[in-house]
Design a protein around this ligand. Structure first.
Ligand code: NFE
Ligand code: MG
Length: 570
């Protein structure tokens, strides 16, 4: 088995992800994706008050800090038939929208850029030429020779300390890096700027949710932040003005920095539009209700299914067709591990049967991951920005179609390049652009509604459990930064009987199913060239393009809070 490359952990992501890949003649011919991290919130939820579930599920992850509260309250609202007031829907849209924008900016600059940008090469750049390059691509305010010299000096001082911190352990000088020194210097400057920007723009969560990560104003039936133009202690005109400022800050950065950087990187790596396609099956639940009747009506980002890259057809999503397999995951199903289970019947019975750590290779013929394998109609599906943009494009969605066509024109390419590693990265940028522009619309819709005198943010009709039926079940869907997220809940005697979350990174990072079909990460690696097996930068490029988050994907924690498996990080 010594022909396998092992990357463990995949760094610059949340949680522990391991990839084993078989390479023949310089190309990957097979691959296995494994989460070596174990957590466990689904079990903890059993027996609790459904109205509290969002507090717990929010703790699946600290990266997508809002998404599991949204999915959770929607699941309970769906189960109990609660209609959410329009103000609350708009506040949720703003919270979700800025979460997506911030998360995508962080992904591009801090989690993915260094797969394409060589920091060390930036030291060789001419600051004057870098300034010219910057001025040639946009009107961004930080573009002087002095500015780039100061950034270069900062990197040089940093490198001199010998303690590279977040820039350590990378493959600097790898032959697969193609950007000229000036482009590298410009990108490093933007890496640092983006660090500052993301912490500014997410203050919107502090305004609307009291804090970030994990905003606190969610509520089954609406939101708990009061809306009142005349109150100091509510969402008033001053707060709205502040939110608008942050949105405009984000918009300026996305338009003048993120998108030009994305196009520049793409132009230097054209071969990456032909690598990393995967199954080309896509799923989106749709997001951002804009209709007065509320979720799930009038979703701005459309729901749908695209199969095998065929954008001439978009199918409706049928939640009955969703199942999870554990054939290759460290769980057991009572009725046998070779069948998929719908989340309403889902089970979370963990049983680690893998090798005792430290180990060299996983036994991939049996179980090899803590992530389950979700399937739609028995097919592996990719979720995330690429799925959303492909489905929207296929549906002729106005903003998506315009933005995608514009980007393709800049790159002198057709829509087929979307199905690739770079396509995934580009789709995320395109989505950021259209979302940041849309945010102002939701703010305006909220303000207009408040102006009619409607200050309602919560529907308390079904708040009292005495009003609930003896048993109820429902599901809550949400498009999180990494893709389609669903929570399924069964309520019995006012308590949670079963709770199952099928999250974006579970869809994407999952292992094989009973039929042996690879998960999306695994499939996307097939055919990827690996120039130097000691430094598999190419694996990082494709896997990072999905923006993995294993904390979300596993979300299983020992009841006593203990770590179940300890794996030596190499
Ligand atoms: Ni932990 Fe998450 C998102 C969810 S991962 S980041 O976006 O749900 O899949
Ligand atoms: Mg789950």
């Amino acid at each position: 088995m010594a022909d396998r490359i092992v990357v463990d952990p995949i760094t610059r992501i949340e949680g522990h992800l391991r990839i084993e890949a078989k390479v023949e003649n310089g190309k990957i011919v097979d691959a296995w994706s494994s989460s070596t991290m174990f957590r466990g919130v689904e079990k903890i939820l059993q027996g609790r008050d459904p109205r509290d579930a969002w507090y717990f599920t929010q703790r699946f992850c600290g990266v997508c800090t809002t998404v599991h509260s949204i999915a959770s309250i929607r699941a309970v609202e769906n189960a109990l038939g609660i209609k959410v007031p329009f103000n609350a829907e708009m506040i949720r849209n703003i919270i979700i929208g800025i979460q997506n924008v911030q998360d995508h900016v962080i992904h591009f600059y801090h989690l993915h850029a260094l797969d394409w940008v060589d920091i060390v090469s930036a030291l060789k750049a001419d600051p004057k030429k870098t300034a010219q390059l910057q001025q040639s691509i946009s009107d961004w305010k930080y573009s002087s020779e002095d500015y780039f010299r100061s950034v270069q000096n900062k990197i040089a001082a940093f490198v001199k300390t010998g303690r590279l911190g977040p820039f350590g352990n990378a493959y600097w000088g790898h032959p697969a890096y193609k950007l000229p020194p000036e482009a590298n210097l410009m990108a490093v400057a933007h890496y640092l700027e983006a660090l500052h920007l993301q912490k500014e723009i997410i203050k919107i969560h502090a305004i609307l949710g009291s804090k970030n990560p994990h905003p606190q104003t969610f509520l089954v039936g609406g939101m708990s932040i009061p809306v009142d133009p005349n109150s100091q202690n509510a969402l008033n005109a001053d707060r709205i003005a502040q939110i608008k400022e942050f949105v405009n800050l984000a918009k300026e950065f996305v338009e003048q920095v993120y998108i030009p950087d994305l196009l520049a990187v793409a132009s230097f790596y054209p071969e990456w539009t032909k690598i990393g396609a995967g199954h080309k099956n896509f799923l989106s639940y749709g997001e951002y209700p804009e209709d007065q009747t509320g979720y799930p009506n009038g979703l701005w980002i459309p729901a749908g299914i695209v199969l095998n890259g065929d954008i001439t057809k978009v199918f409706d999503v049928d939640q009955n067709k969703i199942t999870e397999y554990v054939t290759h995951s460290w769980y057991e199903y009572k009725a046998g591990d070779d069948r998929g289970k719908h989340p309403f019947d889902g089970e979370t019975n963990w049983k680690y049967t893998g090798p005792k750590p430290p180990y060299e290779y996983l036994d991939v013929d049996t179980k090899y991951s803590w992530v389950k394998a979700p399937r739609y109609d028995d097919k592996p599906m990719e979720v995330g920005p690429l799925a959303r943009m492909v489905i929207g494009y296929a549906k002729g969605h106005k903003e998506i179609k315009e933005a995608v066509d514009w980007a393709l024109k800049q790159l002198n390419a057709d829509a087929s390049i979307l199905f690739s590693t770079l396509g995934r990265t580009a789709a995320r940028g395109i989505e950021t652009l259209i979302t940041v522009k849309r945010l102002n619309k939701w703010i305006d819709m909220l303000v207009a509604n408040i102006k009619t005198g409607d200050l309602t943010v919560h529907n308390s009709e079904k708040w009292d459990p005495e009003t609930w039926p003896k048993s109820a079940k429902g599901y809550g869907w949400h498009e999180a930064p990494r893709g389609a997220l669903g929570h399924w809940i069964i309520i019995e005697n006012k308590e949670i009987k079963n709770y199952q979350a099928v999250v974006p990174s579970t869809w994407n990072a999952g292992p094989r199913d009973a039929k042996g079909q690879r998960g999306p990460y695994e499939e996307s690696l097939i055919g990827t060239p690996v120039a130097d097996p000691e430094k598999p930068l190419e694996i990082l490029r494709t896997i990072h393009s999905f923006d993995p988050c294993l904390a979300c994907a596993v979300h299983v924690y020992d009841e006593k809070g203990k770590l179940r498996a300890k794996v030596k990080v190499l």
